[in-house]
Design a binder for this molecule. Structure first.
Ligand SMILES: Cc1cc2nc3c(=O)[nH]c(=O)nc-3n(C[C@H](O)[C@H](O)[C@H](O)COP(=O)(O)OP(=O)(O)OC[C@H]3O[C@@H](n4cnc5c(N)ncnc54)[C@H](O)[C@@H]3O)c2cc1C
Ligand SMILES: *[C@@H]1O[C@H](CO)[C@@H](O)[C@H](O)[C@H]1NC(C)=O
Ligand SMILES: *[C@@H]1O[C@H](CO)[C@@H](O)[C@H](O)[C@H]1NC(C)=O
Ligand SMILES: *[C@@H]1O[C@H](CO)[C@@H](O)[C@H](O)[C@H]1NC(C)=O
Length: 502
């Protein structure tokens, strides 16, 4: 069924959730849909860049869980954006539970190279604890303050038993491995520390089967293809929204009035807000008039939104093994199992857990991608490219024991200082529950109000109940809010609505 609906719909933000919402509304017959985007580009946290001749992903990199149940996978396949290998049934059924089976290389701060067997007992214990941690949500109580607290105390307890016959040096090294894994987990969760990630909601996140794959031509191809199917001029760029005035009862006309930074005023029947949670945390009081209901505001505050950045480093020739897919950097003095650097300014680079090798080499050349989360990452953003290059070079020379290794060039992301994102992606902070994600997606006015329904709708990564922090999660929320409006207009009889023709 195709509706012809004259309702005016404004979508704030041209990331994947905004584009997906517009796509679905236009296809359903909505005539007056527009996207207002603060920046001069579309894609938001999907951002493909260049390092020399090579394509690199400054934002999202993988399709997490590329299989039939993943709408990003289905669209990418439909648009022909994936390598044939990614389409094999084998790769679609591999279930890695969110963790990739990468071939590791382990280097230490004294320039030693370790074997996988040396770190395996610690990695095994860490993964075991992560799995156990994910089960707390179904049991109610939270006996530990956070995921970090849980892992640290349990490692201490279990090590005393399981590793009691191990010599002190080996035990200490294994605890250094735990620190490294905690730092890596901070990157996955986009949190400053695992001490800030709630144990009660840790298991809410769900992963899909499939071996994570990338877009050989860049993730932005997905956005470009979707936009090409929409009327030209649907997106207005460089148009930041300052305020969403809703619940307007004075005029007979539109219940929502959107104020742009330039002073322009746009009226609408519905607005779909897709701004990142980081932006909402910082600007909610200016962005909504009347203000958001308290339960929604509290959920915005409780949910976490931290920083995860990448530092791409290009070399003339590789200094790592051809098979290597990930390089872990183990500090041998970190057996306290902490994932935070006490003085963020000086040794900020200790927070960088390691590098992934950007593959295939034939396509990308010799590029490593360093990963760094948290306040140390936010501090890194304030340094000059020269300062970051210097620190990275010293780090690599120390861990390889090779004083001549010199990068050709680097490029790092700066998501915390991006004024329209204010971080990377969301996680469930301490005290978070499923209810917070429900509150995030609840439209305004809330149920029971006499005012016109569905004035302000909420989409975006942080509003998905189990795929938050991902591209497919964001896309699904855009479709969800579009469907909410479509079913609303489908249920109104043709004689009833003042402004919509069916
Ligand atoms: C470093 C990094 C790596 C990632 N890696 C992956 C990955 O490998 N796989 C994966 O699935 N996900 C990954 N993600 C997460 C993924 O990128 C996001 O979940 C997803 O892109 C979010 O889409 P969105 O539409 O919710 O928000 P966004 O893409 O952030 O879109 C929101 C838009 O709103 C605009 N905006 C903000 N304020 C205003 C305003 N006042 N007025 C108008 N417009 C405004 C912004 O400019 C932006 O364009 C990664 C993210 C980062 C940062
Ligand atoms: C799975 O995908 C990877 C990367 O795309 C590819 O190298 C590999 O050959 C694929 N596996 C199979 C069994 O096709
Ligand atoms: C943190 O990331 C892991 C994947 O590495 C995931 O299993 C877990 O659910 C995430 N937790 C939160 C709160 O996002
Ligand atoms: C919205 O307007 C209605 C009257 O139409 C009023 O009862 C309600 O309190 C208003 N809500 C807010 C949040 O201002």
């Amino acid at each position: 069924m195709v509706l012809r609906v004259d309702a005016k719909i404004v979508i704030v933000g041209c990331g994947i959730s905004g584009v997906a919402a517009a796509h679905r509304l236009v296809n359903a017959g909505f005539q007056h849909v527009r996207i207002l985007e603060a920046t001069a580009r579309s894609g938001g946290r999907i951002k493909t860049g260049r390092l020399g001749d090579n394509i690199i992903e400054i934002g999202a990199n993988w399709i997490h869980g590329p299989s039939e149940g993943n709408p990003v996978f289905r669209l990418a396949r439909q648009y022909g954006l994936l390598d044939p290998e990614a389409l094999t049934p084998e790769n679609q059924t591999i279930d890695v539970g969110g963790h990739l089976p990468w071939v590791p290389s382990i280097l230490t701060s004294s320039g030693q190279k370790l074997n996988t067997e040396d770190i395996y007992p610690a990695v095994e214990m860490f993964n075991e604890l992560l799995n156990e941690g994910a089960n707390f949500h179904s049991q109610g109580g939270e006996p530990w303050a956070s995921v970090g607290d849980f892992i640290r105390s349990e490692v201490q307890k279990r090590a005393a038993e399981k590793w009691k016959d191990v010599d002190a040096a080996t035990k200490s090294l294994r605890q250094c491995v735990i620190s490294n894994m905690l730092k890596m987990e901070c990157c996955f969760n986009g949190s400053h520390s695992m001490d800030e990630v709630g144990l009660g909601a840790f298991g809410l996140y769900e992963s899909l089967p499939g071996l994570d794959c990338t877009f050989p031509g860049g993730y932005e191809g997905l956005i470009k293809n979707l936009l090409s199917e929409l009327p030209s001029g649907l997106v207005t760029y460089s148009r930041p929204i300052r305020c969403v005035n809703w619940n307007n009862t004075e005029k007979r006309g539109n219940p929502v009035m959107i104020e742009c930074d330039a002073g322009e005023k746009i009226s609408a029947d519905h607005v779909i807000v897709t701004v990142p949670l980081g932006y909402l945390k910082k600007h909610h009081s200016a962005l909504f008039h009347p203000p958001l209901p308290l339960h929604k505001l509290h959920s915005i505050q409780r949910l976490g939104f931290g920083t995860n950045n990448k530092i791409f480093v290009e070399f003339d020739s590789p200094w790592w093994d051809a098979a290597c897919e990930i390089i872990y950097l183990l500090w041998e003095d970190e057996d306290v199992m902490l994932d935070q650097v006490p003085d963020v300014q000086r040794p900020w680079i200790r927070k960088l857990f390691g590098f992934t090798v950007v593959k295939p080499t034939e396509r990308y050349g010799h590029i490593l991608c360093g990963w760094i989360a948290g306040h140390e990452s936010e501090y890194m953003e304030t340094l000059s490219e020269q300062e970051v290059t210097h620190s990275v070079t010293q780090l690599i020379r120390r861990f390889t024991g090779n004083p001549t290794i010199t990068p050709r060039r680097i490029l790092r992301s700066q998501w915390f200082h991006d004024p329209w994102t204010c971080g990377s992606y969301s996680y469930c902070g301490k005290g978070c529950s499923f209810q917070d994600l429900e509150n995030m997606m609840e439209p305004l006015p809330t149920k029971g109000s006499q005012a016109q329904p569905l004035q302000v709708l909420f989409a975006g990564e942080a509003t998905h109940p189990c795929y938050y922090s991902t591209v497919h999660g964001a896309l699904l929320t855009g479709w969800r809010e579009a469907d909410r409006l479509i079913s609303h207009y489908s249920s109104i009889s043709p004689s009833e609505p003042p402004k919509s023709k069916l």
